[in-house]
Design a binder for this molecule. Structure first.
Ligand code: NAP
Length: 267
């Protein structure tokens, strides 16, 4: 599978809301070719994700594992103990990518970045990053000197992220797309259906292909359905034309955002 900057496998398995059968589904995903698994303290499934990785026949160093520190744990006192707890639950010696899950209005950004960098220095995390950060916050992170490689944000064809993507490219950051399938809604779109038929692929596959044909963009589709887990990784054997890419990009709309908690200032 292609890699972004040779660091992050370009398609991952999202695990939000996978609670039942989680370890079996993670093992299944790995056996079917996924090498990048996304979890978070908030998902309450780190233990099952870790078990799923252990049960697979692929060695740990071939898996790219991401987890995220929840806003309640961003203070100096709570940050590192929470990461130690994540490592314990994941039954892992290290996390490949450790993210601050959401910006916080309660804890100073410099305080949590200092702890994030300590987690990396201690070897708890190979790489560090953030999630749900806008360009202004990202600039603050870079000005502080935190060596982040990635920002995980909502991104799918219905959401315009042009400004954020351009900023990522300028700063050499990768962008992980969460809700890459617009939570399944993309497959109902007529334009996507026509393109899918032409390539003898599904709408979901066309959408994931649209993500991976964009430089530095890494989709992490979630599915609890084994057939869809297989379907979602079968996207490396066809290519969308420039015109098809543009047709899909043109689906963006003003109210396309699916996740927007109060107090967040999006680009
Ligand atoms: N950083 C953050 O704040 C944040 C926020 C949200 C999500 N995330 C991460 O991003 C991952 C993905 O986002 P998401 O789970 O919200 O949305 P998503 O991946 O866009 O969509 C998941 C939904 O689409 C369905 N689906 C999956 N594959 C499909 C296919 N091929 N055709 C039709 N429907 C399909 C799934 O159904 P079934 O499961 O029933 O198959 C599920 O209902 C999460 O699991 C999580 O790891 C991060």
């Amino acid at each position: 599978m292609q890699k972004v900057n040779d660091l992050i496998p370009q398609l991952g398995f999202g695990t939000f809301q996978i609670t039942d059968n989680c370890s079996d589904l993670v093992t299944f995903a790995i056996e079917k070719g996924y090498r990048h698994i996304d979890t978070a303290q908030f998902y309450k499934n780190e233990k099952e994700v870790g078990q799923g990785i252990k049960n697979a026949s692929i060695s740990r160093d071939e898996i790219f594992l991401t987890t995220k520190v929840w806003p309640d744990n961003l203070s100096k006192a709570a940050f590192l103990p929470s990461v130690e707890e994540s490592l314990q639950k994941l039954d892992a010696d290290y996390i490949d990518l450790l993210l601050i899950h959401w910006p916080s209005s309660k804890v100073d950004l410099k305080e949590s970045l200092t702890e994030l960098m300590k987690a990396q220095e201690k070897g708890y995390a190979k790489h560090i990053g953030v999630s749900n950060f806008n360009t202004q916050l990202l600039q603050q992170v870079l000005d502080f000197g935190a060596p982040i490689i990635n920002n995980q944000v909502e991104y799918h064809p219905f959401l315009d992220q042009d400004k954020l993507i351009q900023f990522h490219q300028e700063k050499n950051l990768s962008l992980t797309s969460y809700c890459p399938l617009a939570r399944g809604k993309i497959v109902e779109n007529e334009i996507v259906k026509v393109i899918a038929e032409k390539h003898r692929k599904t709408g979901g596959q066309v959408c994931l292909r649209w993500h991976i044909q964009q430089e530095g963009v890494i989709p992490i589709p979630k599915s609890s359905t084994p057939s869809r887990i297989e379907e979602n990784i079968a996207v490396f054997d066809f290519e969308l034309s420039e015109e098809e890419m543009q047709q899909i990009s043109a689906l963006k709309k003003a109210d396309g955002r699916l996740i927007s908690p109060a107090g967040i200032d999006w680009d």
